[in-house]
Design a protein around this ligand. Sequence first.
Ligand code: ATP
Length: 302
Amino acid sequence: MSEEFIVKTVKLTKEYGQTVALKNADIAIRRGSIYGLVGNNGAGKTTFLKILAGQTHATGGSFILMGEDNEKGYKKARKRTGAIIENPGFYPKLSAKQNLEYYRIQRGIPGKDIVDRMLEQVGLSGAAKRKFEKLSLGMKQRLGLALALMGEPELLILDEPINGLDPAGIIEVRNFLLKLNQEKNVTIIISSHILTELQNIATDYGFLSKGELVEQISAEKLREKCKAFLEIKVTDAERYAALLETELLCSNYKVLPDGYIHILERVDNVSDYSALAVKHGIGLLSFEMKEINLENYYMNLV
Ligand code: ATP
């Protein structure tokens, strides 16, 4: 399979009665990428992932999954997909290994040794005999990964896998996913409501808000966009803002409630901005180049 996009949706829509969980979403996920799906609670992340995994049906629009565009084709594609959406439903009294063995048989995956290989791959060989209920949260998440990876998928769909993990657990899961992506070229779709959790791992982002895809952007472009802005505090922010528009033809700025002004364009010409204040007798209280924090970028977006 050599198509560029492993997933491509056109106006994908899901309505639950009156609730529109996903609305006309055009999402394109490159093969080999780690796609960070970011959105607040209720933004529609789980709904989108469930549609891909076949756990619910779209009510509008269409999608292509691994080159397939109909139910029969999706079934084939899903055999090459691993997903952890909500609780995988492990048995608390069974050991890590017994749980995997149970699902291996249920899914008709041949070869008993795959269970040991998967446990090893996620670093759980030492805890193979431990009951599920006695595993740490990080270990439980990794066991979920082992289950999702059992069919040796090309596409891995993970709904909030980092949720509830401590910092060490986050690093552990993150490194594991990076390795999987880089060494085995597994495409990963990973959702989170915290953008910064994904910033060391995602190569592309889709931002969902109230069911709508508000932006889709590569990590590289996002970094570029977040590069720099100028933060100015003047004695008369309103007059200064008006002058920005009329004299410097600057429209990409924001006046914050605390009187600070953020200028997001032509930040290379900083002297123009200080000269403007001086020319009109407006006091310049502070003047600083800053980076946009990813979380702020996202908050502005939604
Ligand atoms: P969260 O991070 O809270 O899981 P999310 O971004 O994954 O949020 P979804 O779970 O996809 O969001 O939910 C999107 C919207 O659809 C929400 O308003 C939710 O209440 C609604 N919704 C989801 N599943 C159902 C369902 N089975 N029946 C009715 N409404 C639903």
